[in-house]
Ligand binder design. Sequence first.
Ligand SMILES: [Zn+2]
Length: 255
Amino acid sequence: MVQVEPINAFDDNYIWAIRDTTENQVWVVDPGQAEPVLSYLKQHDATLAGILITHHHWDHTNGVAELVNVFSGITVYGPTQSKFSGITHPLDAGDTIHIMTLSLTIIRTPGHTLDHICYTNNTLCFTGDTLFSAGCGRLFEGSAEQMWHSFQQFSQFSDSTLIYCTHEYTSANLAFAAAVEPNNDDIKAHIAWVTTQRAKGLPSLPTNFGLERQINPFLRANLAHMCHQLPPHLACDTQRPWDNFSAIRAWKDEF
Ligand SMILES: [Zn+2]
């Protein structure tokens, strides 16, 4: 049986562990640190079988060298043409990999970075820093139009598809989402749930596409009312959804 479990890293990162409980094998997604992964493996008496990388940022990759040093010869999957040099098996859109009992297909999602990829099998999606709960990654390398088109690929997923993103930003993202849509009752309800979860020290993740389609301002940027609360200096043109997306992203950056 395969389970997906969070390993806490830094202040608000999750390194997702994909663990086969029968074989005691683990793959990790975006290990920005090695030490919490090694502790997790020791705790479960498990071996590291490989690593998945979504994009080149240091807080997703800095643990790779030490983990490869300890578990020599393991596979490191990651995007082709990445600035991160530790990838042993580069992947591009449409490639499928087999990890324990899972088959994961690659979608390219440029925007946060140009190399960003997500891993999905339709029941789950590892979205890295592309899509967060109630938010999305900053546009460090790509354009709003690129990110918007990346997001359109998520329309293939059913409401129940689970989203495993890399950061616990949900509370702050929801505060912004509520400013964008003050009358959205789904956002209010989710703020209450996340507040309770976090007070217990539990993650707000994974989330799912059904919920995100109701609360995430960046998945909802094409809706006309999403621009009504914008500050006057941020222009918004509902003719092109990525212009709305760009304006909402700019507001979030200064929120
Ligand atoms: Zn990043």
